[in-house]
Design a protein around this ligand. Sequence first.
Ligand code: UDP
Length: 385
Amino acid sequence: MMSTERVLFVDHTGQIGGAELILLDVVQGRSDSSAFLFEPGPLGNALSERGVPVVTSRWGRGLAQFRRDSSWLKALPLFGRLAAITVELARAVRRHDVVYANSQKAFVLSAIANLAARRPLIWHLHDIISPAHFGALQRRIQVFLANSFAAKVIVPSEAAASAFIDAGGRRSLVEVVPNGLAVEPVPVSRQELRQRLGLPTAPLVGVFSRLAQWKGQHVLIEALARLPGVHAIIVGDALFGEQAYAAELKRQVATLGLGDRVHFLGHRGDVPMLMQAVDAMVHPSIDPEPFGRTLVEAMLAGVPVIATDAGAAPDILEHGRAGMLVPPGDVGALAEALDHVLAEPELLKPQLDYASRRARTHYNLARMLESIGLLIRNVRAGAAA
Ligand code: UDP
């Protein structure tokens, strides 16, 4: 169905992370809408390919790489650029009915840019608002702006909802809309897929996330040192200024002598195929995750999941019924769980069937798009009333 609201989708990054993959689904069929991005990159190209006109700021390049531990001195020239982006954004807002901010930085600037036009503002909050990811001032600003100016805050899980409310966010603003995916497994055997993709035939596990300390790839590498003969593919790249961590991982592999068993594949566009080729998908995040698309991707692919017991993972995996849970950062527990999953795969068959059914019903793409479509319609109608 075509949607007639003129929505301005705003994102701070030009890269395609999990939140941006969701945005690419949400914009489908919205030919009257457009996007405002702070910087050029693959996201702008992908939006254009979907027929969404994209305005790219002249001032935002590299802002996504700015980290909260950067010094104030380094931050000073940024304020001028942020002000310039806000002016550009305010101009774009006027041509739309609804503003839809898809990231924290996009929301903060959208709230300010929208002060004059006062279009209904939706924040799709894809993060856990916690001290692990945001400084105290940042959290206060986000929550103040949300409570004062957001019409709705969409979150993908109860974990993300609680974090927002605990940080002072108004409960009545929050709508939990679980992320939805639509990936069909390909009808090819695991070994044949490995041959096609040039992957080892030995026991093989995989992690599919951008490289970032809190995503915990180092925990998997350490666990692998305790599992002789097991290989791992590390899929993903340092998208948001985590290059030092990426280099650290490679050093860790060399130090542990795992060079022939750990395979860094970089960022890939064929995750569903790679996912279906592994014997287990590991989600080793050491901080709570607001969602975890890769959990659902593995469930849909019929691949066993081992995830850390924090954030949205216990919910998605139904407290162990649809996948295994291990304590975050616990190398021994992860190695043990991997050993168990690799040793007796046939015992997991009922769990995998259950997980696949659960993914199809609870994390369904059409359902997510319907819920978000309805929210957009309602906030627009509310503003017109
Ligand atoms: N992904 C990808 N290529 C890669 C690594 C990851 O396309 O090389 C995808 C992955 O399949 C998933 C998304 O990026 O759909 C990551 O989403 P998730 O919710 O797991 O984490 P986020 O990046 O949002 O923190």
